[in-house]
Design a protein around this ligand. Structure first.
Ligand code: HEM
Length: 506
């Protein structure tokens, strides 16, 4: 907003009652009018009440009372950073997506790292997957790659997400997170075995946001300009390496500094030590989808046996000027896709495609994409209009289609691809669930120390579970992933191995 003209041309010298003098611009109300006194309310005489005509007092109190917007229902605590992505080649053969169009092409990005379960002011030391959301501001529109620091997820169907999150969030009765509640839920969800194993490694408590990989988790589709489809998974590989805090380090750091992740990231960037990640992709042809022991469109699985190719590097180099305007108002959504990238049929991803844009309409309002951090760098031209806090996108009075006077037209090159279908409309879990193999592979891949930290971390929470059925059911899942894993964990939580084995279906 422009400041009041004649008053700001000359700076006023304001003498405060304190013992210093500052050169200052004139303070104004929201309508731009200068404020005469910002320290004393208008009263009726020296002993009388405060007057309703004190617009400055009322405006200050009103604006203050409206400073908060709803925090994100998950991933409420986050840290944002600006940067750039540079493509390492011309990947037009794979995808028409703009950021990959030619070698050394630069695309601005904004990244938000986050914890998941706890509220906006919670400690960054708490065990959680970490969000790793990246927005590419491309000339074909904003593309949001909304991933985590772990390669898989707990569930494979979005219909289970609200229940899972309710169990993980603080109890509606006590407002405390309770392992009795979330392990009750997970004891019915063998699907979560792989992700729980990842979360309870030391990667569930990263030492630094710079020292985390990022994973897209789902399969997406890459489409080239001949409409050829490939399934693809994304992986950010940290050039700083990957490092988690050991159990004793978590307790120590939490006692000293519960913003250790933000402090580390911002101080390193301020010192010019810019963190970098290589973006790698794994690619599968549609005709190969059925060739695996698992379903490649299942978000609880990694594509372990598929090679990775580097497609670019991201550098994060600028801390936002304003936390609320940028980090808090950023609205990342898996539905923000651009030509050349489409969602796969992964049913968890399909739920996310709806859920983010939906919650953001509630959290930020109908015109959230007009907020500077969410504005596309590409031209936005459509007939979406009006709504609260709209500051202008009217082109003409032809705000409908078709019309003889229409000056906007769709472009058939960007039609969604055809996908073959078979079967009936149905409600059933996927075949080829295999909930345990990859959790076992992960366990066996860990160093001796990391395995023993995993047992310490997991038994710490599982040991709090009072219901013997829940406890033994959970133990049976980890036992099925790996016998040694299950036995050590059972011992650590004073479980009964025969009870564990009883629960294993042959
Ligand atoms: C944030 C829903 C699974 C990563 C959110 C938000 C919702 C949500 C409602 C808040 C968005 C906002 O207010 O701006 C869901 C649902 C899921 C799901 C329904 C499953 C069906 C996942 C998965 C990942 C993920 C699998 C990782 C691959 C994130 C991240 C954020 C987020 C990183 C924070 C984005 C930011 O920094 O603003 N999720 N989520 N979510 N979710 Fe999910």
């Amino acid at each position: 907003r422009d400041p009041p003209m004649d008053l700001t041309k000359s700076c006023l010298v304001i003498s405060m009652s304190l013992a210093f003098t500052v050169q200052a611009e004139t303070l104004t109300r929201d309508n731009g009018a200068p404020v005469g006194d910002n320290q004393n309310s208008i009263t009726a005489g020296s002993n009388g009440s405060v007057l309703l005509q004190d617009v400055q007092l009322i405006q200050k109190l009103q604006r203050f009372a409206r400073e908060r917007i709803p925090e994100r229902v998950v991933h409420a605590r986050g840290t944002g950073v600006h940067g750039e992505f540079i493509s390492s080649g011309d990947f037009g053969e794979l995808t028409q997506a703009a950021p990959f169009a030619k070698k050394n092409k630069v695309t601005p990005v904004f990244v938000r790292f986050s914890t998941v379960v706890h509220s906006k002011g919670s400690p960054e030391t708490l065990r959680d997957p970490r969000g790793f959301a990246t927005r590419f501001y491309s000339e074909q529109g904003n593309w949001d790659l909304v991933g985590n620091n772990l390669p898989v997820f707990f569930i494979r169907d979005a219909i289970k997400f609200p229940d899972m999150v309710h169990s993980l969030k603080p109890s509606p009765v006590t407002n405390k997170q309770d392992p009795n509640r979330f392990f009750d839920f997970f004891s019915h969800e063998a699907t979560a075995t792989n992700m729980l194993t990842w979360v309870y490694t030391n990667l569930g408590t990263p030492s630094s946001y710079r020292k985390m990989d990022g994973w897209g988790v789902h399969a997406y589709k890459f489409i080239n300009d001949e409409n050829r489809v490939k399934y693809v998974k994304f992986h950010w590989v940290s050039q700083q390496g990957v490092e988690g805090l050991r159990p004793n380090e978590v307790t120590k750091i939490q006692g000293q500094n519960f913003n250790h992740l933000t402090d580390d990231l911002y101080s390193q960037i301020d010192q010019g030590n810019f963190p970098k990640w290589d973006l790698k992709v794994k690619v599968i042809s549609p005709e190969d989808l059925n060739k695996f022991d698992y379903n490649p469109l299942d978000a609880t699985k990694m594509w372990l046996d598929v090679p990775e190719t580097k497609v670019g590097t991201m550098t994060l180099n600028r801390v936002p000027d304003n936390f609320f305007q940028e980090t808090e108002q950023a609205a990342f959504a898996p539905s923000n896709l651009i030509p050349g990238i489409e969602p796969s049929e992964d049913r968890l991803l399909q739920g996310r495609i709806f859920s983010y844009a939906d919650t953001q309409l509630y959290r930020l309002g109908a015109n959230l994409s007009q907020l500077p951090i969410n504005q596309a760098k590409a031209n936005v031209a459509n007939h979406n209009q009006e709504g609260a806090a709209n500051f202008g996108n009217t082109r003409s009075d032809v705000n409908y289609q078709p019309s003889v006077n229409l000056d906007l037209a769709e472009d058939a090159r960007y039609r969604s691809v055809n996908t073959p279908l078979s079967g009936t409309v149905q409600q059933a879990a996927i075949p080829k669930q295999d909930n345990f193999t990859q959790a076992g592979i992960l366990y066996r891949s860990l160093s001796k120390q990391d395995r023993s930290d995993l047992i310490t971390n997991l038994s710490g929470d599982l040991g709090k579970v009072r219901d013997s059925n829940v406890k033994h059911q959970m133990l049976s899942y980890f036992y099925q992933a790996d016998k040694d894993f299950g036995e050590r964990l059972t011992k650590a939580v004073n479980g009964d191995l025969s009870e564990v084995k009883k629960r294993i279906k042959s």
